[in-house]
Design a protein around this ligand. Structure first.
Ligand code: HPA
Length: 244
């Protein structure tokens, strides 16, 4: 088994041990991380800036919370979340991103709590299991997020997503996942869930639906912003609950 030396800083993260909170919110986009830190966190301090993947730590409702981008796709999410769980003693990672809907009832701007994450990636091969692995969300984070979303009156769905290695497919057959009840496609949750499982930690992916692969419906920049704010508020309230 490949055990890695748990040393910080790492080649991808210049934060020192203790500078990252127990709960980390991960958008895909580094600029989003900066915006979240500036808009929602109190006393946010830049703790990582390697490759402009800005990581910030501040507080929300008095609870320490960090926010750092995952980048796009499973290899990138795989690196950052592995280091956070295994080198920085992080307990909870909440991905906050976007997804494309497969399902007529899952509309643009709705929130999807990814209970499970199917994948077309080979990420699980590293565990050499005698079968397929089902990457799932942490029930602790999932149930907290569902209660918060309900309290807030946000339109949300709980179910499977598919984490794809490709945004552009030579043969467009991603909709086949819909016949198995999969709600939406994104590109990071499965790697996050597998890293959490392997480390004995907690993960949840919360996505807002930015586009619809069946109806072709799309969101404007402004709409994206307001549903993003709702998703952020769910994630931050869950993070605050984890700190108590
Ligand atoms: N594919 C993959 N990831 C996505 C999509 C998509 O259509 N929309 C938002 N994230």
């Amino acid at each position: 088994m490949g055990e890695h030396k748990t040393s910080t800083p790492t080649p991808h993260n210049s934060a020192r041990l203790g500078e990252i909170a127990k709960t980390v919110l991960m958008p895909g986009d580094p600029l989003r991380a900066k915006m979240i830190a500036e808009t929602f966190l109190e006393g946010a301090k830049l703790v990582n800036n390697v490759r402009d993947v800005q990581g910030y730590t501040g507080t929300y409702d008095g609870v320490p919370v960090s926010v750092m981008a995952s980048g796009m796709g499973m290899p990138s999410m795989g690196i950052y979340s592995y280091e956070l769980y295994n080198f920085y003693d992080v307990d909870n990672i909440i991905r906050v991103g976007t997804a494309g809907s497969f399902h007529k009832d899952v509309k643009v701007r709705d929130v999807v709590l990814a209970e499970g994450a199917c994948t077309d990636s080979n990420y699980a091969a590293q565990y050499a299991l005698p079968g397929t692995f089902s990457p799932i969300a942490s029930y602790k984070l999932l149930s907290a997020a569902a209660s918060v979303a309900e309290e807030m009156g946000v339109r949300f769905h709980v179910g499977n997503v598919v984490s794809s290695d490709r945004f552009y497919n030579d043969v467009e057959n991603s909709l086949d996942w819909a016949k198995m009840g999969v709600l939406a496609v994104e590109m990071e949750a499965a790697a996050l869930y597998m890293n959490a499982a392997r480390a004995g930690k907690h993960a949840l992916a919360i996505c807002t639906v930015s586009d619809h692969l069946v109806t072709g419906e799309d969101t404007t920049v402004e709409e994206r912003q307001s549903s993003f704010t709702a998703m952020m508020e769910i994630a931050l309230r869950v993070a605050a609950k984890m700190g108590r």
